[in-house]
Design a protein around this ligand. Structure first.
Ligand code: NAD
Ligand code: ZN
Length: 252
């Protein structure tokens, strides 16, 4: 099948589905220049996240955890949604996409305009004081002195994302399970699908009878065993083309 035929196939699959859920991962934000967490020379190569972003490091050595958190926050503060994010927002507006389950902590789906987003790993855009619960936007804290201290009680702020050593909040987990079990098409976008339990959502969808379609420049562990098909490409290239094709097909 040619690339163009793949775009048409996905557009048709979207148009005939009753309920569509997307699972997105870090690949979705690569074109927004947030490649560098995990990529070569990226932040995570320099600061092992399983150590620096472990909840016990934040509790016992907050100055160390905040070296990584501060760097991630600076990077996210600069980032803007890309064409892939906007295409997903349009897919929601057109009434095709029900929910996004995202593993990303960058808030870019919300910024692009999607309203129903399950932030499976939380987000870095707000922080909460670990002592008194004071909650505010990350843009309001200064990163000049780390760790940033609470303006009310001098406690340490924790970004509202999930740290290594922490469980996924029950509400996000329950909703993600429910949406995955009840969709009839799951789009798996820019995720290597190796971080559990997020990676189990396509399997849940599949075993409940849904079609599973990946968009990723590389095959993943799902490609051969779970996915119905994969469109090899960047989400920022493929998704806008799919949305355009849907609009053309709707006119016919
Ligand atoms: P991952 O790094 O394991 O996999 C990224 C996937 O994206 C790969 O399969 C890669 O082939 C693909 N990819 C690369 N460029 C792409 C593009 N332009 N379009 C589409 N796909 C592309 O990411 P993951 O599966 O999300 O797991 C990473 C974990 O790290 C998650 O738990 C997440 O919370 C966290 N994380 C978040 C961010 C973010 O918020 N933006 C960034 C990095 C990591
Ligand atoms: Zn406080």
């Amino acid at each position: 099948m040619s690339f163009d035929e793949e775009i048409t196939t996905l557009a048709q699959d979207i148009m005939r589905s009753r309920k569509i859920v997307a699972l997105s991962g870090a690949g979705m934000s690569v074109e927004s220049d947030i490649a560098s967490f995990r990529g070569k020379g990226g932040l995570w190569e320099k600061y092992d996240p399983e150590e620096y972003a472990h909840i016990s490091t934040l509790r016992h050595h907050p100055e160390k955890a905040w070296i990584l958190l501060g760097a991630m926050q600076k990077e996210i503060a600069k980032a803007k949604p890309n064409r892939g994010h906007y295409a997903l927002a349009e897919l929601e507006q057109l009434g095709f996409l029900k929910t996004i389950i995202t593993q990303n902590v960058d808030g870019l789906h919300h910024l692009a305009g999607n309203r129903d987003v399950i932030e499976f790993h939380g987000n870095l855009q707000t922080v909460t004081c670990m002592d008194c619960g004071h909650h505010l936007s990350s843009s309001e804290i200064s990163l000049d002195d780390i760790p940033p201290r609470c303006s009310k009680c001098k406690g340490v702020y924790k970004p509202d994302c999930i740290f290594f050593g922490e469980a996924i909040p029950v509400e996000a987990l329950t909703r993600a399970h429910q949406e995955s079990r009840t969709c009839d098409l799951m789009l798996v976008l820019g995720t290597s699908a190796v971080v559990y339990p997020a990676a189990s959502m396509p399997e849940i969808a599949k075993s409940a009878g849904a079609r599973v379609v990946e968009i990723n420049p590389s095959e993943t562990v799902l490609t051969r065993f779970v996915s119905d098909y994969i469109i090899l490409g960047k989400t920022g290239d493929v998704l806008p083309k799919v949305v355009d094709r849907i609009k053309t097909l709707k006119k016919d």
